[in-house]
Design a protein. Structure first.
Length: 208
């Protein structure tokens, strides 16, 4: 890791320490009123911060697209917007993704397909036509040195790319379904995203 990354981690750890000290002080001042709730909130905040630091990957957006069938509306396409926390090389060719819907587990692998979004619509980009339900691709939003496009490497903290997945038929999501998506990067530890399909009020929805 370069000096910038190491300095960033040290600063982040120091910041988290101050947050914990402040949280403890606030809890004492509150005199125990709602103490459990405050503790739970701070624990969740700490867990999220440590998760980002240790994985080096930030999740900026998670979108899904509903498709209609004669039986129901379901989500088959998912796009996860990621960027590195620091300027550090993340080898996209070694990234793996695990899907877990509570009943089955499936692994997806990078198909070495990456393109700029340019003027294309995210879910209508032609790159989707090169995918199967066993792999994933990248649609780059910002990649100044073309490292993602040409070298399968996310290497700058300004790089932003959607990881796009075409869910297998038995993993498609309808309203209320929950899917656990785990990213296994070449650098850092795993990143787990749990998403739930919302009401299909729109064709394209944010997954939380």
């Amino acid at each position: 890791m370069n000096n910038q990354g190491a300095t960033g981690i040290a600063t982040a750890v120091l910041l988290i320490s101050f947050i914990l000290i402040g949280a403890t002080a606030a809890s004492v001042i509150m005199g125990g009123t709602g103490e459990n709730t405050y503790e739970e909130n701070y624990e969740e905040m700490l867990e999220e911060a440590l998760d980002e630091i240790s994985t080096y990957i930030q999740i900026k957006d998670v979108l899904g697209k509903y498709n209609s069938t004669p039986e129901e509306q379901h989500i088959q396409k998912i796009a996860i917007l990621i960027k590195p926390l620091f300027s550090i090389d993340i080898d996209a060719s070694e990234l793996m993704i695990k899907l877990n819907n509570g009943q089955q587990v499936k692994m997806l692998y990078y198909n070495r397909q990456a393109e700029f979004i340019e003027s294309h619509s995210l879910f209508e980009h032609s790159i989707w036509g090169n995918m199967t339900d066993t792999n994933f691709s990248f649609i780059a939003i910002l990649d100044k040195d073309r490292s993602i496009i040409d070298y399968d490497t996310i290497n700058d903290n300004t790089d932003m790319t959607y990881v796009i997945l075409k869910l297998p038929e038995d993993f498609t999501m309808k309203k209320g379904d929950i899917l656990e998506v785990t990213l296994f990067p070449s650098t850092g530890i795993t990143k787990i995203i749990t998403v739930e399909a919302p009401l299909p009020m729109k064709q394209i929805v944010t997954l939380k």
